[in-house]
Ligand binder design. Sequence first.
Ligand code: SAM
Length: 351
Amino acid sequence: MCTFAKMKSLVDILETTNSLDGDQLAALLTTRDTDVVDYLHRRARTVAQMHYGTGIYVRGLIELTNICRNDCLYCGIRRSNTHVERYSLTTDQVMACCEHGYRLGFRTFVLQGGEWGDERAGWIADIVAEMRHRWPDCAITLSLGEHSREVYALWRDSGADRYLLRHETHNAAHYAQLHPAEMSRGHRLQCLRWLQELGYQVGTGIMVGSPWQTVDHLVEDLQFIASFRPAMVGLGPFIAQHDTPLGHHPNGTIDMTTRLYSIMRLMLPGALIPSTTALATLAPEGRLQGILAGANVVMPNLSPGEIRAQYALYDGKAHSGSEAAEGLRQLEAQLATIGYHIDWSRGDCRF
Ligand code: SAM
């Protein structure tokens, strides 16, 4: 069999069985045959459409705070970065974001932020409870890092439906290269298990092209995600932030990120896969390329305009135009150029 036929058959096996062995996954991640990559994207797109049609879910992202107790080596809001002006939204500001978002049509709100100690957990619970009371038809997603099981339970009882916590890398040695010694991969994975046990729809994922990441690491990540079966898979390219210790490393690529979207779509056909802001930051058409590779969610920014520049996880982060909530019409027009449209429903996972 010629190489193209062999590689194409790997895509077909992945689609039919939702799995491949490590060497086969590595072959798809590294092939230079653009016809194979096109075929991979095409099959992933078809599978995404079988589950979700040509509707793209939107989530209103509210960047709650850039204050963080952690010191992840890649992240612009790490606690050691003294160049960041720190902020935390007030309860009233969060409610105003939701009110604005609800009027625009959003039915999912995502509260994301740096990680605080559990002493602020009650305040978050109050915010969630008020959101649940005022917008009972909306999904509430939290992305606030690692906490105790009790805190996750409190937030769940207050009305949170979903939780996003990327594992960042499943490989222990790689995790240790990207994080200070006080952070533990084991605890992050434990948090993911607690969240699932508590009935959250859980999202996990990685940065693509993070420093020292190898193809073997990516294969390990894919296999972990497939076995964990999250409702959502968040994959975005690593982008250097100049004030961090990893600020001189090269960025991840659109090519590798979109291959991973497609492979993930074929491994977990009903998963929610956002075409991430980081992808849109690398190139203006990055968001659409993500959708054409099988992604089915975008997360426009609902944060107040004046704080957006301060939530600078990486250099050049997109936060205006179709990336921002105000740019929804522009987003709708962009989606229409590839035959897609915004789906305004809550957008729960279909498996
Ligand atoms: N504190 C929460 C947590 O740890 O999950 C949520 C906020 S954290 C800033 C959100 C995500 O940003 C991380 O999971 C990480 O993957 C991503 N991120 C941070 N720095 C990045 C960088 N330089 N390039 C791309 N993504 C980055």
